[in-house]
Design a protein around this ligand. Structure first.
Ligand code: PHE
Length: 447
């Protein structure tokens, strides 16, 4: 068994979990999902989902991870000896590959924009030109694949150095910085002409725009953004110390993650309305809108550079946590050396990422269930793997796991109050299964 080294400080452990949670899900995906699903109404459903499912499932993953200090498979074997629940781990591993597959394509786009920002090419254009700039990138298989692979090189370089100190340090510095920069961009965006229309779109719910699919998307978005459902936080919390308050940490991660998502909305939507971009533009939204904000700012060149650099780091702290799921699993369960586990993980990731990159150009006509490969990976990751995975975790901790383990973990063996326990159990036992039921009805076309 590989030697387990924990996070050095409580702050470092939180920063790493927040680093995993805060990423493209907040800055890139949240604004465009909100844009496509009616703005304020989507955000309201999203926040409800964070409260009744997000925080309880984060806590459940923390309970499984910290009570056993092991990866998901051996944790489930220890907690339920003789039972087959551990098989769920394979779904988590598959899910983590699919997320990192489509995710690294967007990270590749971020790298290209970072490069363009460094070249000074992001200023002095019309909205249409920004539109064309993004189209030219995704239409070119070489550029798309090239940037994605370059991103993966960075990712696996970090992994190969070992991550214990790396993640903790990078995340502790980058996360507060990202937060500050986002605030500056929000202020700039709010000063644009017509900013109030963006705020109205974002904060006054128009339920006529919200479909059942939108509600499902809000749930999937919450799970993707919080990094739950594929055992990522089980892996991280297995390195937590025994005296941290899990309830406090879970709430901190959820609150900070949601704050970054909403700030990203405040940064994007006033500009969307001010520049006349369609809020429903989908995955290309931030790439068409952000350069317009940069060029309105004094020192726009530097801001653009700083922004993409930070988004790059935010996405790296997320992909690191994603790749750590299969890597820890292969090392601990299949007795592989770290370099070998990294090599296998890199191989699978590259295949999926290249397929996802090509789905915008060479493979754009390859469709399944009316979706291209990228959308299919994005949808199946957030809706099938993460959402259903999260619900499995909820049902497992709510109904199956010995209550004593839950109580011990929440109270640190009786030293803390554990006031959240009744709320946690209620959400896990009832809210989660009822939601599964409705999602199942929806997916099977019954409603
Ligand atoms: N939560 C990350 C984001 O919002 C994505 C992620 C999903 C990271 C699952 C790790 C595990 O960008």
């Amino acid at each position: 068994m590989a030697k387990r080294v924990g996070f050095a400080t409580r702050l470092g452990a939180i920063a790493a979990a927040v680093g995993s949670a805060v990423g493209l899900g907040n800055i890139w995906r949240f604004p465009f999902e909100a844009g496509q699903n009616g703005g304020g109404a989507f955000i309201l459903v999203y926040i409800i989902c964070i409260l009744v499912m997000g925080i309880p499932v984060i806590l459940s993953e923390f309970i499984i991870g910290r009570s056993t200090h092991s990866n998901m498979k051996s944790a489930l074997k220890q907690l339920s000896p003789g039972k087959k629940y551990y098989l769920f781990t394979y779904i988590c591993i598959l899910g983590s590959f699919i997320v990192i597959g489509f995710y690294s394509v967007v990270c590749g786009w971020i790298l290209e924009y970072l490069y363009q920002a460094a070249q000074g090419n992001l200023s002095g254009h019309t909205p249409q030109e920004y539109n064309d700039m993004f189209s030219a990138l995704v239409d070119s298989p070489w550029r798309c694949v090239g940037w994605t692979l370059l991103f993966l090189v960075f990712n696996f370089l970090v992994m190969s150095r070992g991550i214990e100190k790396g993640i903790e340090r990078v995340a502790s510095v980058m996360m507060p910085l990202l937060f500050l920069i986002l605030l500056v961009f929000c202020i700039n965006s709010l000063l644009l002409p017509g900013a109030s229309r963006g705020l109205k779109f974002l904060f006054s719910p128009d339920f006529s725009q919200l479909t059942l699919r939108g509600v499902l998307d809000a749930f999937g978005q919450a799970f993707l953004s919080l990094s739950i459902g594929i055992s990522c936080l089980v892996t991280y919390s297995s390195y937590f110390k025994d005296d941290t308050s899990l309830a406090k940490d879970a709430t901190t991660v959820a609150v900070l993650d949601t704050l970054v998502a909403i700030l990203s909305g405040v940064m994007i939507f006033p500009a969307v309305f001010s520049f006349g971009v369609e809020p429903t533009a989908g995955p290309r939204l931030i790439f068409e809108v952000l350069p317009g904000i940069f060029q309105q700012m004094t020192g726009g060149y530097l801001w653009a550079l700083l922004f993409f650099l930070l988004v790059f780091f935010a996405s790296l702290t997320s992909t690191i946590s994603l790749s750590e799921i299969p890597i820890t699993f292969m090392i601990e369960e299949h007795k592989m050396s770290r370099p070998r586990a990294i090599a296998w993980t890199a191989l699978f990731t590259v295949v999926l990422a290249v397929l996802a990159s090509l789905s915008f150009n060479v493979l754009e006509d390859v469709k399944l269930f009316c979706m291209n490969i990228f959308d299919l990976m994005d949808y199946s990751a957030s809706i099938i793997f993460m959402l259903l995975g999260g619900l499995f975790t909820a049902v497992y901790v709510g109904w199956i796991l010995d209550r004593k383990v839950v109580h011990d973990q929440l109270t640190n063996g009786g030293r803390l109050k554990g006031a959240m326990e009744p709320y946690l159990i209620f959400c896990l036992r009832y809210v989660a299964p009822v939601s599964i039921f409705f999602i199942f009805l929806y997916l099977t076309g019954i409603i």
